[in-house]
Design a protein. Structure first.
Length: 138
């Protein structure tokens, strides 16, 4: 039987105007997780009958001019591996000078080991593939 973590994803809410990003991970369907963020935000803003607690993704969502990207589909075995990958993406964005609004780092002991071609590049596609880089240089 396949674990739900084989459907792992690392995603982001991106504010290109202010160069800010929120990074998350999930093994749910992407649209389900995005709808959960939106419902929580509406509850936090008092637009629902049930109050929701603050989440750092709201710092991006309140701008109402944000993009949502799946950074990577990540097949893994457990929550720790998925959170480790999320942390690698947080570190990669920070290394490139983005203001990462995440208040918590899922795994503080994680080291940045993403291949360079996965790194986020400001004002371009969220993750570019090595073959694109090689095609441009040939």
């Amino acid at each position: 039987m396949r674990s739900s973590y084989s459907d792992g994803k690392v995603y982001c809410y991106l504010d290109r105007i202010n160069h800010r990003v929120y990074i998350g991970s999930t093994c749910q369907r992407a649209m389900k997780r995005i709808k959960d963020h939106q419902t929580d935000f509406k509850g936090y803003m008092g637009l629902l009958n049930k109050h929701r607690n603050y989440r750092s993704s709201f710092d991006i969502m309140i701008q109402d001019k944000y993009e949502i990207h799946i950074l990577e589909n990540y097949n893994c075995e457990n929550k720790e591996q998925l959170e480790d990958r999320e942390t690698q993406w947080i570190l990669a964005f920070k290394e490139k000078g983005w203001d990462v609004v995440n208040k918590n780092m899922p795994n503080k002991d994680t080291k940045l080991i993403l291949p360079h071609y996965y790194y986020p590049i400001p004002h371009s596609e969220m993750a570019y593939l090595l073959h694109n880089e090689l095609e441009q240089s040939s």
